[in-house]
Design a protein around this ligand. Sequence first.
Ligand code: GTP
Ligand code: MG
Length: 374
Amino acid sequence: MSETAKRPEWTPDDAGDEFATRVMPGVVGGHDGLPATKSTQGETAVPRRRQLSTAEYIQGVLAGDRATLARAITLVESNAPHHFTQAQELLKQLLPHTGRAIRVGITGVPGAGKSTLIETLGILLVEMGHHVAVLAVDPTSSVTKGSILGDKTRMEKLATQPAAFIRPSPTGGMLGGVARKTRETILVCEAAGFDVILVETVGTGQSEVAVRSMVDFFLLLLVPGAGDELQGIKKGVVELADAVLINKADGDNKLAADAARMEYNRALHYLTPATEGWRTRAYTGSAATGAGIQALWEVIARFREQTTASGVLQARRREQTRDWLHTLIAEQLHAYFYNQPQVQAQLPGIEEAVMAGDLPVTAAAHSLLQLLQP
Ligand SMILES: Nc1nc2c(ncn2[C@@H]2O[C@H](COP(=O)(O)OP(=O)(O)OP(=O)(O)O)[C@@H](O)[C@H]2O)c(=O)[nH]1
Ligand SMILES: [Mg+2]
């Protein structure tokens, strides 16, 4: 970091202190404030500003070059229309190299220990020889607040592992957009050779559903004694889970955690399992001490083995892909409709008419949709 803060280029040369804006230098190495990893020597191999060709992106990603991987993800995440074609071409060419990872979603109320678990589990997996990519779906986060800041410290050790890659949630925008980007980022990470993908999401209700629809295995993290069991968390979320981990089962919490585990196992007995042929169970563990985390991984590995043998895993992925197609079509139709000049011109009047009770709503919607016909 040789440069210091400088003035933006639009500042007049003779300006005094009336222009307060300063451009801060970028951070070398890790992104979003995370520490640089050992393998960032590669960073210098790719000049920062030069645009990469699609072939260069593909070559770099397939070779597992982290700098290129990070840039490829940025390209895929971009909302800029001029990035769209190249990003989609890149994805298309990477597609044959995807699908080999186990995709694990992790949810739980804020503070349940998701990031701590990812750190502990991630280190364990790296030690076992796995390559671990950590992604996040957090529609509310911005660079300055929320879990990203916390994760800097919580995943400190994992972030320095050459075999791990941590990518914070794409910022800004609605859940749909964030989820789309994360799906595509999963594919890019798989093409880069990561064989375990961990996706953390905050327990906001909707984001769990979005993450469930992009992973193979979904883990719900709970803490003991946080109100009457089953009450703090919606039953609907429990029904999405392939395993429930009662975290923080350490110190004085051990007994409460065991009680919670038994209570959840009783409740789970009556719920329809999230995955056909798999029984969702509750376990206890401690992300802080590491107790039970190896056992948790064994559950995930067993899940993968069983669902692969039965074909349930492949069927789920096929369905997820088809559902994703329909979600994108619905989103794009929606945007297309509201962007039509005629729709924009007529909508206020029609809204007024339905609110005044002059026009039936069904007829109003029908006549607006007629505007799409050539
Ligand atoms: N005693 C104990 N504390 C834990 C354990 N796991 C996490 N914690 C602590 O709980 C707090 C929250 O942990 P995080 O890992 O940041 O939780 P999170 O679910 O990622 O939180 P958000 O990202 O804010 O939703 C931290 O202070 C951790 O040190 C555990 O197993 N035992
Ligand atoms: Mg977190």
